[in-house]
Design a protein around this ligand. Structure first.
Ligand code: AKB
Length: 317
């Protein structure tokens, strides 16, 4: 039987992933792990929650012990924008926190899902159709922690047999919990502003292409990879996954098709622009397709339609 802990369960991906895992495996079998912010609403009411700060080894271990956890989805992480502003915090959470999770997984024989990111690539990586196995020399603190995370997860698998698995997430677009401090956040904010004000000021330049994905696909990717037959996995940490690649002009054009009066201008954030410029334009995710059947459902048009109709109801209620 699965007994699951989700760290970072109040975050953008964690909050929706926890609810989906509860649907699939039973409410009582999925513990929402939080750092400080208590869960609210359905997340709080539908199942157990516990303080499980990944940088606090004893606290995390006591939760794993108490609930006899056998699977950890380790979503707690500092995103790229915040990591550049607070590199010490990023190191502590993304590296020391992950190390604690892996050590506890080793002791309690847990399977672990760890998200990596397109941020694990850098300016010397081939930027178009970036292959699964290629140069990874990121120039951001976030990227440094993500590459190190991929390596240490592979190490724990090979050296200690800990079943670690991960994907390199692109920007994730969702209509529930907002992202916190990423470089791809503009692609979420643009939808909110389109509904609220019919205009948006973009903090990245036109022509800045990055991979993106709608939340339902991001959640499926995590669960599908964790359910995949271990014998079929040649890679583990971490698989390229993507659903679409666009720049600000392209996402704005897709919104304009639904809201013709929508307009966009630019006020570039140099730090975020520098991060985005160091990341790939588009990933090749054929290895994920081959090894565990990855197949995203939403393209840009389908996502825009759904985002705008959900936000319309949410914001205008
Ligand atoms: C970020 O922008 O930091 C994240 C990511 C792509 O990992 N959304």
């Amino acid at each position: 039987m699965k007994r699951i802990l989700v760290t970072g369960s109040v975050g953008q991906i964690g909050s929706e992933l926890t609810l989906e895992l509860r649907k699939r495996y039973g409410n009582d079998n999925v513990v929402a792990g939080v750092n400080r912010t208590q869960p609210t609403g359905l997340l709080k009411d539908s199942g157990p929650w516990e303080l499980a700060n990944c940088t606090d080894f004893e606290q995390l271990k006591s939760v794993v012990k108490k609930y006899e956890i056998d699977t950890i989805y380790h979503l707690a992480a500092i995103l790229s924008g915040v990591a550049e502003a607070k590199p010490d915090l990023a190191w502590n959470v993304n590296i020391n926190g992950l190390y604690n999770v892996l050590e506890i997984a080793r002791e309690f024989n847990c399977k672990v899902f760890i998200p990596s990111s397109i941020g694990a690539f850098g300016p010397s990586t081939p930027p178009d159709k970036t292959p699964q196995d290629t140069i990874q020399r990121p120039t951001t603190m976030y990227g440094v922690t993500k590459v190190s995370g991929e390596l240490i997860c592979d190490y724990y698998y090979k050296r200690f047999g800990v079943d670690t698995r991960g994907v390199r997430y692109p920007g994730i677009i969702s209509n529930d919990t907002l992202p916190g401090g990423g470089t791809t956040d503009y692609a979420v904010e643009i939808y909110y502003e389109a509904i609220r004000n019919k205009k948006f000021t973009c903090n990245l330049k036109a022509g800045t292409f990055m991979d993106m994905m709608y939340m339902p696909d991001a959640i499926n990717a995590a669960i599908q990879l964790m359910e995949a037959d271990s014998d079929k996995l040649i890679h583990r940490n971490a698989f390229n996954v993507t659903a679409m690649s666009f720049d600000p002009e392209i996402i704005a054009a897709s919104i304009k098709k639904v809201i013709p009066e929508f307009t966009m201008d630019y006020n570039v954030d140099e730090v975020k622009q520098g991060i985005a410029d160091s990341w790939p334009n588009s990933l090749d995710d054929s290895t994920a397709k081959e090894e565990w059947g990855w197949n995203p459902e939403y393209d840009l048009e389908a996502m825009t339609k759904d985002m705008l109709s959900v936000l319309e109801k949410k914001i205008n209620v």
